[in-house]
Design a protein around this ligand. Structure first.
Ligand SMILES: Nc1nc2c(ncn2[C@@H]2O[C@H](COP(=O)(O)OP(=O)(O)OP(=O)(O)O)[C@@H](O)[C@H]2O)c(=O)[nH]1
Ligand SMILES: [Mg+2]
Length: 682
């Protein structure tokens, strides 16, 4: 296997993840500044960072997709993936995780962010990915770190292992004590910290905190436990070995502190990554990728650039990939690499072949997709991961503002979906609407902005129409007669129909009891077609369901009767009958399953009741301590923007799935409004 000459660990790939707005993009900027890749540290609020370079991210001051940036530190190369924190863009993060060496979970001392922190840590724990917690915004905290850790611990299934304690100067954190090195540092803004003597109160606090750290490490190291019990100072190397080992095994989550805006604590973080994060060899082993000479790479994300065609951002797990390498996924040939690029946010730089460990953009792999495992061998390597997007929760109907853009819109949507598998597009054949399903309001908003910004398609947005139907409550016998005498050849059809309501969910049933040929055999199917025509648009404006129509009688004319005439007669019969049958509106009802932290369950119940939901019950969520599952029946109209309320009641982490269950009668004011709106639209 090819190794980077400067370090046995080789190039690393580290994801910056964490709750919304915790400072990931700012931390990436601080890392790039501290490692000398950029000259000046930009700021998210000024729109000058390497990350969030797209117009949409800048406009909304939040990450709406991942940013990839490579840098070097002490001779080693590192690629950082800055992932969006918003739950609506979480697929970008989830698709990246399988192939990284370690994650830095950026968080802050804010209890409202704990549920989201728990979700992210859970995902990392399940994938057995080594993770650091970076307690950011230490410059504006007024909480003691020990209390913050107590607050955050329930979010992690493994112990949070404090590695640094702050040095306070009045109300402000002025520096830190490194508990492994037993050294005190004073922060300097945008410059490396300065080592100062460790003494007085800080020394006492250090002793206590260090003991707690060692005790946690000793839970998995008996020799260390003995030394602690016998009061023998453990050798420094042993402590460092344990720190690295227990991180890699995922049995502890080390906690570092700092301030991304001030570049404080960044060097310490980089050193921890350098010494402790696993190398690509270990990561490949975790994923079952054996170094056999062939190249194996995992696609973190594909992207359609405006000028350079398609780019696939890939982590090389084994072997080497250069211009001309042909890569395949287990499903298909992905293409031949044309151009290998180093990434720094939106900036790409052509480079030579990439080796195991590196994360680069590969040009022109036309058939590569996000989340795929690609390899160069004769036999494609098995997929190392299969990250399925969460089911979408919110929809809008879109159309091109100008008819001439219809084709362009279709093409743009195809590209958009390819880049973001958490979007879905459905064509409603009944209403001819194009429905875009996504993960939330902002997700859909950004998707439509991209259509305009990147693909130059102006669109109109609407709420998708609800699949209302109507039925009848009273039977009737109705004659349908079509007679036209215009010059020579006339038209004649005459039918008698028995129309009856059927039980809910039966659909449509047609029968005939014709005797004596009063309606000749060959015209009966035309009568049925005519009936179906008539049911397409009921008196309330919607398709009619749950009715049976029986052709019982009729008459014909030897010259003037025809298929067309009987079809028309059938339709006339139905259209004239339905208004007399007490038509009633039917609305779709779905079963909805909501998952939420237990302390929000009462609020969720109230939301459901407020939306005409019928609660079926709730239970603890299997495998999720502190979470509940609530099940309810709910009208489709009320599900429309349900996610918005669920999110605001659950600090963003609650979500739901739904499935059509049945159609139910809707009467009263609400029904009148729906019918009136339909009439107005027609
Ligand atoms: N005081 C203080 N503010 C910070 C720090 N780090 C980030 N911020 C601010 O927090 C806000 C969010 O910062 P971002 O870097 O965009 O956070 P993020 O985690 O990338 O946000 P998303 O990707 O949208 O989840 C910005 O206003 C930053 O200036 C810090 O260390 N101290
Ligand atoms: Mg960000």
């Amino acid at each position: 296997m090819v190794q980077n000459g400067t370090s046995p660990a080789g190039p690393r790939c580290i994801a910056l993840v964490g709750p919304f707005q915790s400072g990931k993009t700012t931390l990436l900027e601080a890392i790039l500044a501290r490692t000398g890749t950029i000259q000046r540290q930009g700021a998210v609020d000024a729109g000058t960072t390497v990350g969030d370079a797209s117009k949409e991210a800048r406009d909304h001051r939040m990450s709406v997709e991942l940013t990839v940036a490579s840098t070097t530190f002490m001779g080693d190369s590192y690629t950082f993936i800055d992932c969006p924190g918003s739950v609506e863009f979480v697929h970008d993060m989830r698709a990246v995780l399988p192939a990284i060496d370690a994650a830095v979970v950026v968080c802050e001392a804010d209890d409202r962010k704990i549920p989201q922190l728990q979700l992210i840590l859970r995902e990392l724990e399940d994938l057995q990915i080594p993770r650091f917690l970076f307690l950011n915004k230490i410059d504006k905290t007024d909480k003691r770190v020990r209390d913050t850790l107590k607050l955050l611990q329930p979010a992690s299934r493994t112990p949070l292992l404090l590695r640094q304690i702050p040095i306070w100067n009045g109300e402000i954190v002025a520096g830190f004590v490194d508990l492994a090195l037993e050294r005190a540092h004073v922060y300097r803004e945008h410059a490396p910290s300065e080592v100062v003597p460790l003494e007085g109160n800080n020394l006492d606090r250090e002793k206590q905190a260090r003991f707690t750290m060692l005790e946690t490490l000793a839970d998995h190291d008996d020799a260390l436990m003995e030394q602690l019990l016998e009061d023998i100072p453990p050798p420094r190397d042993r402590v460092f070995d344990d720190l690295a080992k227990e991180l890699r095994e995922g049995i502890v989550c080390p906690v570092l502190i700092g301030s991304a805006t001030r570049t404080n604590g960044v060097l310490r973080l980089m050193k921890a990554l350098r010494h402790e994060a696993p190398s690509v060899v270990q990561t490949a082993a975790r994923l079952g990728v054996e170094p056999k000479g062939e190249a194996v790479a995992y696609v973190l994300k594909t992207h359609n650039t405006t000028h350079g065609g398609k780019m696939s951002i890939a982590r090389i797990l084994a072997g080497q990939i250069g211009d001309g390498t042909t890569l395949s996924s287990p499903e298909r040939e992905a293409g031949r690499v044309s151009g290998v690029f180093k990434l720094l946010g939106a900036t790409t730089e052509k480079r030579g072949p990439a080796i195991a460990g590196e994360t680069v953009a590969l040009g022109k792999l036309d058939h590569a997709h996000t989340g795929e495992t690609l390899s160069s061998g004769k036999q494609a390597h098995a997929a190392i991961a299969d990250v399925k997007p969460y089911p979408p929760v919110l929809a809008i109907a879109i159309s091109a503002k100008e008819r001439k853009d219809d084709v362009k819109l279709g093409q743009a949507l195809t590209k958009l979906l390819e880049e973001d598998p958490s979007l879905t597009v459905i064509h409603n054949p009944e209403t001819h609407e194009v429905i875009v399903w996504g993960q939330g309001e902002m997700h859909l908003r950004v998707a439509t902005e991209r259509l305009a910004d990147r693909f130059s398609v102006a669109i109109d947005k609407r709420r998708p129409s609800v699949g209302y139907r109507e039925t009848i409550r009273k039977p009737i016998t109705q004659r349908g007669r079509h007679k036209k005498q215009s010059g020579g050849h006339g038209q004649f059809g005459d039918v008698v129909l028995d129309i009856k309501p059927l039980p809910r969910g039966s659909g449509f049933d047609f029968a005939e009891t014709i005797t004596g040929g009063v309606v000749p055999r060959q015209y009966i199917s035309s009568v049925e077609e005519g009936v179906i025509d008539g049911l397409k648009h009921g008196p309330l404006g919607f398709p009619v369901v749950d009715v049976s129509v029986t052709l019982t009688d009729g008459s014909y004319h030897t010259v003037d009767s025809s298929d067309m005439a009987f079809r028309t007669a059938g339709r006339i019969g139905v259209v004239e009958a339905l208004p007399q049958c007490q038509p009633v509106l039917l609305e779709p009802i779905h079963t909805v399953e909501i998952v939420c932290p237990s302390d929000a369950t009462a609020k969720i119940n109230a939301i459901l009741s407020g939306r005409r939901g019928q609660i079926l019950g709730f239970d603890t969520r299997a495998g999720w301590t502190g979470w509940d599952t609530v099940r309810a029946m709910m009208p489709e109209t009320e599900i429309g923007d349900l996610i918005v309320e669920i999110r605001s009641a659950t600090a963003g982490v609650g979500t739901f799935t739904f499935k059509f269950d049945h159609m139910a009668e809707l009467t009263g004011k609400q029904a009148d409004q729906i019918v009136a709106a339909r009439r107005a639209a027609e």
